[in-house]
Every structure is written in C-alpha cells, then in structure tokens.
Design a protein around this ligand. Sequence first.
Ligand SMILES: NC(=O)c1ccc[n+]([C@@H]2O[C@H](COP(=O)([O-])OP(=O)(O)OC[C@H]3O[C@@H](n4cnc5c(N)ncnc54)[C@H](O)[C@@H]3O)[C@@H](O)[C@H]2O)c1
Length: 328
Amino acid sequence: MARPTILLNRQTIAEHIQIASVISAIERAMADFERGNDYLPPKAIYQLPVPAAFAACIAGYTKAANLMSMKIGQERTHNVQRSLPTTNSWIMAFEPESGELLMICDGTLPTMYRTAAAAATGIRHLARGDASTLAVIGAGQLGRQCVRAAVATRSFDRVFLHDVVPETAQQAATELSAQLGIFIAAVDAQVACQEADVIVTATNSRSPIVLSDWVRPGTHLSCMGADLHEKIECEPKLLPRCKIWSDQTEHCLQRGEVSQAVEHNLLSRDCYVGTLGQLINGDSDGRSSDLDITMFDGVGIGIQDTTVLRAIYDQAVEDDLGVRFAFS
Ligand SMILES: NC(=O)c1ccc[n+]([C@@H]2O[C@H](COP(=O)([O-])OP(=O)(O)OC[C@H]3O[C@@H](n4cnc5c(N)ncnc54)[C@H](O)[C@@H]3O)[C@@H](O)[C@H]2O)c1
C-alpha cells in the first residue's frame, strides 16, 4: 500500500532541524557525487515575461540518500517592495524505485541550509588554518545561515556583516551575536573585505561588491549568491588572482561568479582547479600556500537538496511531524 505523503512547512523544519546537523552530510554528498553513484540532470531556468521573475526546476538523486528530489524555486527581486521573500521554493521527495511521493515541504529553508553548508565545506577545506575573521556579504536569508554554518565549522574570533541595507546587517548582527555568543558587527563592504580571512558572498546583486584591491593574499572566498548568469558579486579582475573550485563545473560555467569572467575572456573554461567534491576525495590539489587566494564557486546542485531532504524526511517520520495526506 502506498505510503501517505508528508506535508511539512518551514516552521516545523526550523524547529526540528538545525543547520549544524546537515554540514557533514553535504560534505559527504559532494564527495560521493564525484564517485559517479548519483544523478544530476541539468537545471531548468525560466525567465518569465514579467519584471525580475525567474523560476528554476532542480532535480537530483543520490544513492546514499536513496531518494529523488525535485525542487521548484521562484525568485522575485521586487518582492522587497511587497514585503514578501525574494526567493521561495518547494521540494518533493520521491522513493526512487516505486516513485511514491514521500514528502512535499517548504524548500526555502532546506535550500538555505544546503547552500550555507556547502559554503562552510568550502571554508573547511580551503581557508587557511589560522583564519580567524569572517566577513559575510549579504545579511538576508542565506547570509544569516552562512554565518551559522561557518561558525559551526571553524572558530572565528570576529564576524563582519555587510548589506546594502545597513539596518538589515545591523539587525542580523544583533540577533546572531546574541544567539551564537560571538563578536558580530555590521560594517561597510570595504572594511568587511579588508579585515577578512574568509569572505562569504550571499547577495542577489547584479553589480560587483567585493573589489579586488580589498582582498588580501591568503583570503578564502565562498561565493554563493550569484546563481544566475546576470548576477555578480566579485569584481571580475579579482578572479584571475584566485584558485577556484566549483560545486559542479558545467553548472558553474553557465551561471555564477565565473560565468561572466569567462564570457569577457578574463578566464578560460578550464579555470577550475577542480570541484569541491574532488578536493574532499583527495583527487584535486588544494591550497598550496598561505598566500593563495582560494574561491569556492557554488551555484547549488540538486544532490545537495536530496541530501538535506533525507535528513528532514527521516526526522519527520521519527517524530511524526507535519500532516499526512493521501492523494488517491
Ligand atoms: N548558490 C546557491 O545554491 C544559492 C542557493 C540559494 C540562494 N542563492 C542566491 O543567494 C542570493 C541571496 O538569497 P537570499 O534568499 O538570502 O535573498 P535575500 O533577499 O533574503 O537576501 C539578499 C540580501 O542581499 C542584500 N544585497 C543585495 N544587493 C546587495 C549589494 N549590492 N551589496 C550588499 N548587499 C546586497 C539585500 O539587501 C538582502 O539583504 C540570491 O541571489 C539567491 O538566488 C544561491
């Protein structure tokens, strides 16, 4: 008999799953993916004929999670004026052999979790051992989770937050500093970048924020916000100074931080040292000196959703969370 579908909202996920619990699962998933057991179809991106309206369909299957996931994401940059979130998504989880629909849940928080976990995995494997100052550029949904994931991965003495809306950065700094018990201050972009050993970018900007002159030798950057070709967070002339790893190279060459630099002939298509999964598996070189500037270019891949979804589904079954619904 078919299992009922679990319906789960964002609040229930937030109450029962913490970001720190998914970081090592994401790290393992990125390594497993390189061993060829999983399935990652191309992302489908749709630009709607209404202002600033994008949708994405992202799927994945992983053998380790024994799950197939399908996510529909929506981005509406103008939602700021409507006091609505700029990004929203919903995910479905399927049993791979029977095709049963096991769960439909909020996809926004799982997306923030898996993306922040990937950013933190980049920090774990690429930042200098003595890195002690973190800068997070963008203090929205993703930026806040990136702070949580980064400090769960490394101990940072100082965290600087920057947002184009200063009140957003100030509010995030106050809340996160109280929750995490560490020094977090809202500052301008130049101070954040110049002081940082590690920079995480998490904005939806269409123009560069992190200027090359502000980035010191030895810095690590996890660049997560630019997940469309139109988006950019780092000044293009910074990129040739960096050693760069992708989450999945073909996906990154189509969109994200590197794609525009390749289009403008500042970088070649073979600019990546490797993928983060290859690095974790020991199949790619890593940082070779304390003077290297390293960059993890993460545009987000479906197998990360699948991995987080397995943790959420198991928790929902174990704790009888959400609502059970039979479609037939
Ligand atoms: N790589 C991935 O896998 C992945 C996953 C999820 C989201 N994203 C992307 O991450 C970005 C952030 O998503 P979110 O849900 O946190 O959005 P959000 O709207 O909650 O937050 C974005 C923040 O960036 C700030 N910002 C915009 N332009 C800026 C600039 N020029 N300088 C400084 N701050 C600026 C905004 O004020 C806002 O606070 C989006 O582009 C989203 O598509 C990527």
